[in-house]
Design a protein around this ligand. Sequence first.
Ligand code: RIB
Ligand code: CA
Length: 317
Amino acid sequence: MTPVLLDCDPGHDDAVALIYAARHLDLRAITTVFGNQSLEHVTRNALSLCRLVQLDIPVAAGADRPLVAQPIHGGTIHGKTGLDGAELPEPDRAPADMHAVELILRTARAHRGELVIAATGALTNVALALATEPRLKDWLRGITIMGGTTGIGNVTEIAEFNIYADPEAADRVLRAGVPAWLVGLDVTRRVGVTAADIASLRGGGVLARTMADLLDFFLASLQRVHGLSTASLHDPCALVPFIDPSLIEYRQCCVQVSLDPGLTRGVTVADLRRLRNVQLGQIRPTGPANVHLAREPSPALVPHILAAIREVDARLT
Ligand code: RIB
Ligand code: CA
């Protein structure tokens, strides 16, 4: 099984990603970053989720703000705690006595050449870790990211929350030369659970019923704010290339991040052209392919994620 470190901002869909990783991957550590709520809230949520899922792995808190901008929080969707909608167990331990960057470096050193970082929040911790220890890029097998979009946005008309929360960090990570997989909102919006899917979890144990409560809250938020009829499972999509690559089709291309102020800040610009090797004249040539970019989710993906929740729930019951 692939060793994975989950860098996240739980967050309802981060919670699903944590369970999905616990079911199918060797989840070695969790680091938290500001985003869906403050660093304090998302770190508490990560510890509560570890207790709920009976995961005895280190959790370290990281950045409480982006590299250069002011922090934004996703409370409009995820609520005051960042994980509203269910009774969660109180954390039964404190976060690790180290910064997330240190935990990322220690875990990567311990699993040299094998560790995958799954980033489902702002990329601030990952950018800081790469800046702190440049050898990290050689220690990692890859970085798989939920972020960006080639079409519709959420936090702005055309920008996705995780990238918009820290565009400078995303720019550094995508330029770092680490093998990278990127699944954007244009794909994850099509990976959603319906109210009926959520209700089907209520026949399970404590974990399944808690996830049903959380996903009901998440769906209601997305219906209220975005008029969506399903709850988008953004974050577990980032794990798919290392669980079952047949569940999302990826293609290699060049993706850049706009750091401009104003309308295009935090926009991911993917070059989806297939230019021929000819004299291009005034046409801007394609940049070097730096990511595997998600293009098409399989209809089997949502059932696969729901099955993982049921299977982890059954282990605990
Ligand atoms: O835009 C969706 C992303 O922003 C997800 O990771 C969600 O958890 C929020 O962090
Ligand atoms: Ca997230």
